[in-house]
Design a protein around this ligand. Structure first.
Ligand SMILES: Cc1cc2nc3c(=O)[nH]c(=O)nc-3n(C[C@H](O)[C@H](O)[C@H](O)COP(=O)(O)OP(=O)(O)OC[C@H]3O[C@@H](n4cnc5c(N)ncnc54)[C@H](O)[C@@H]3O)c2cc1C
Length: 424
């Protein structure tokens, strides 16, 4: 096993890092204060090949699956809010890719991402509702077929790029009695009648990313905008009604599963930014005990932060590699990577603020922003508590599976049926 990045991966990391340093960092504080959409950075990211369809294709080229997580770590090192503004559209693209037919993918992924340097398009992925985020089975937004159109009604809350997206992928229920098995995904273009932006959130962190309600009031979209098509939906509903197992997670759950290591990598970028800044800041600081970096109380904290960041990165890389290699994450490895990195980002920014002291409370100190930005990584794409539930259930299931396999091996061993001792 070789833990080193390849030359190509290192070049990609350096490219992403330069964008974060030269384009994002200089405007990070401004967009954090203004809470406005960083259009100039989004447009510039096209020129650098760091958003849009070309970027998604580039990320898909890496056979180890690491381009995406390297990108996320570096851009979130630059600014987590701007990073989400630049790449939240990929969630919509993933929603289309996981549920759509090949024709739908070819049509809607470019419309959600934009193609080339000048075609800036945004996508949004709208699942969460008031009272239905972790509990995705109880969505209340409805989709009803009316002739050649679907009619959508409901309100989605806390949607990244909500209201400004060119294409919103909406998860709605076709048959509420069936829980998540009665749900389907729909592509809704910005100019569809009945879609509008509701309340825009005034947030603690990642303020450069627009988060808003998406309101659907008798929103009419063509029948063809059902992702996966009518025949697939009818079969799925039929299986659910007859009590047969679906054999696979719902579209929404599958989409989130694919993106968890990417979210973990974002948290990792914040933790690393905070750690590196603190090391530099403390370099020439002293108190009555002497230079701070030579005091054991400070070294203990810094060593723990460095170790936790490395541990998170290993979990993130492993999950990203498993995803690309098609190895099922039966032990909850995707969730582990996101859980660990989110918790580390929150804990590390807190611990580093404690080291720095009162200055860390000031808005002049970048630690204050990183501390605020870190919190969301314990909330979106599955809260930390829900990640723990997922991991614990999957681990239990995997353990039962191992016990079953061991019992089968013993059953087939010579002499197992008769109980006769096996000759040496
Ligand atoms: C800035 C931001 C951007 C977002 N972007 C998007 C987006 O683009 N698209 C989208 O669809 N959604 C988005 N979300 C929504 C986000 O994914 C949800 O808020 C998140 O999944 C939590 O769901 P919830 O809000 O229903 O919280 P709840 O599920 O109500 O959770 C409330 C609390 O209860 C805990 N809890 C819930 N169930 C359990 C359980 N069984 N056991 C233990 N504890 C539990 C949770 O961990 C949490 O602490 C965004 C949210 C924010 C804040």
């Amino acid at each position: 096993m070789d833990f080193r990045l390849t030359d190509e991966q290192q070049e990609w990391r350096d490219h992403c890092h330069r964008f974060a340093l030269e384009v994002m960092r200089p405007v990070a504080a401004k967009y954090d204060r203004d809470q406005s959409v960083p259009w100039d950075v989004i447009k510039e990211s096209r020129k650098w090949g760091l958003s849009g369809l070309d970027w998604v294709q580039k990320v898909g080229m890496d056979e180890d699956g690491l381009f995406g997580v390297i990108y996320q770590e570096e851009l979130n090192w630059g600014c987590a809010g701007i990073a989400l503004a630049v790449n939240a559209s990929s969630l919509a693209a993933a929603g289309v890719a996981s549920s759509g037919t090949p024709e739908q993918i070819a049509e809607w992924v470019p419309r959600a991402l934009g193609v080339g340097e000048d075609d800036v398009k945004l996508g949004a992925y709208a699942v969460t509702e008031s009272g239905a985020g972790s509990d995705v089975g109880s969505l209340r937004t409805t989709a009803v077929l009316d002739g050649d159109h679907w009619v959508l009604n409901g309100t989605k809350v806390f949607i990244s790029n909500g209201g400004i997206a060119d294409v919103t992928v909406v998860v709605a229920t076709v048959d509420p009695k069936l829980g998540h098995r009665g749900q389907a995904s729909f592509v809704v273009p910005k100019d569809a009648p009945g879609i509008s932006q509701g309340k825009k959130e005034d947030k603690l962190g990642i303020r450069a990313s627009q988060t808003a309600e998406v309101v659907l009031e008798d929103c009419r979209i063509p029948k063809e905008n059902l992702l996966g098509g009518m025949e697939k939906l009818e079969k799925k509903l039929e299986r659910a009604r007859s009590g047969q197992s679906s054999g696979r997670a719902s579209g929404a759950l599958a989409t989130f599963e694919m993106t968890r290591p990417l979210v973990g990598a974002g948290a990792l970028g914040i933790a690393r930014a905070a750690y590196e800044w603190t090391l530099e800041y403390l370099e020439d600081k002293s108190d009555e005990g002497g230079p701070l970096l030579e005091q054991q109380r400070v070294q203990q904290v810094l060593a723990d932060v460095a170790t936790e960041i490395d541990a998170s990165r290993l979990l993130v890389y492993r999950a990203a590699w498993m995803g690309r290699a098609g190895i099922p994450m039966t032990g909850g490895q995707g969730s582990m990577s996101k859980l660990k990195s989110g918790d580390v980002a929150m804990w590390a920014t807190t611990a580093l603020m404690d080291l720095v002291g009162p200055y860390a409370q000031s808005t002049d100190c970048p630690l204050e922003k990183w501390f605020r930005d870190a919190k969301i990584f314990q909330i979106f794409e599955g809260t930390a508590q829900v990640q723990r539930l997922v991991i614990s259930r999957m681990q239990r299931q995997a353990f039962q599976e191992r016990l079953k396999q061991a019992a089968e091996v013993l059953d087939q061993a010579p002499g197992a049926a008769t109980g006769e001792p096996v000759a040496a």
